[in-house]
Write a protein that binds this ligand. Structure first.
Ligand code: PGA
Length: 250
């Protein structure tokens, strides 16, 4: 079984101006020096350059929070993979539930975004997750399998290992209601089984993160589960001390 390096990502959503982002990076770097986990910061588009500059020479990498699938075109308000690469991004979050729910991001668009990101050299962080209603109706596995099959449809098995998957139950995002470590483990193990249909090798090496109200106080327990390879952190990633504590727990 390949060693999967822990992966902790800070999803800032629509928080932090470029100046605030630069101050965060300055505060964070000394706190995470020598960390064993891979660390990724996902700022707004406008703070990408500051975070890239601030992280230069460190092991911390930078991701955008969204991307259009086309390289260029008449898509007012959108940003393409080559633009993100030029700004210094290493990765890109795709399919976050807020984008799916609030901005009508579809599985069809994601199926095009994933190969576009990989072709540009960006590491996709693909988010999947069920709503509370879907979990209560016992449909969690059906929903996840549908999302994964649709979103990864155009990715061949050789490229699958370059994708990072984040399982984020929608009912746990920003609610303070974390999935129990057992729930998260069970569901993430299921996600890995779905990936196994495409490639056993890739399924064993893909990092699968848990996201949804991860905090310094619950990170160690969640991350100790065998299939949980890291965390996608929203609220608690806005504070350098809290985020550094989660990195340390990983
Ligand atoms: P949260 O957000 O940690 O604030 O729940 C997680 C996410 O949406 O990625």
């Amino acid at each position: 079984m390949p060693e999967r390096r822990p992966y902790v990502a800070a999803n800032w959503k629509m928080h932090k101006t470029a100046a605030e982002a630069a101050r965060f990076v300055e505060a964070l770097l000394p706190r995470v020096e020598g960390a064993g986990a891979e660390i990724v910061i996902c700022p707004s588009f406008l703070a990408l350059r500051e975070v890239v500059e601030g992280c230069r020479g460190s092991a911390v990498r930078v991701a955008a929070q969204n991307m259009h699938e086309a390289e260029a075109g008449a898509f007012t308000g959108e940003v393409s993979a080559p633009m993100l690469v030029e700004a210094g991004a290493d990765a890109v979050v795709l399919g976050h539930s807020e984008r799916r729910q609030l901005f009508n991001e579809s599985d069809e668009a994601l199926a095009r975004k994933l190969p576009a990101a990989l072709a540009a050299g960006l590491e996709p962080i693909l988010c999947v997750g069920e709503s509370e209603e879907e979990r209560d109706a016992g449909r969690t596995e059906t929903v996840l399998e549908r999302q994964l099959d649709a979103d990864l449809a155009a990715i061949d098995s050789a490229d699958l290992a370059r994708v990072v998957v984040a399982y984020e139950p929608i009912w746990a995002i920003g609610t303070g209601r974390t999935a129990t470590p057992e729930q998260a483990q069970e569901t993430i193990a299921f996600v890995r089984e779905v990936l196994r249909k495409q490639s056993t090798e890739a399924a064993d090496s893909v990092r699968i993160l848990y996201g949804g109200s991860v905090k310094p106080g619950n990170a160690a327990e969640l991350l100790s589960m065998p299939d949980i390879d890291g965390a996608l952190v929203g609220g608690a990633s806005l504070d350098p001390d809290d985020f550094a504590a989660i990195v340390e727990a990983a």
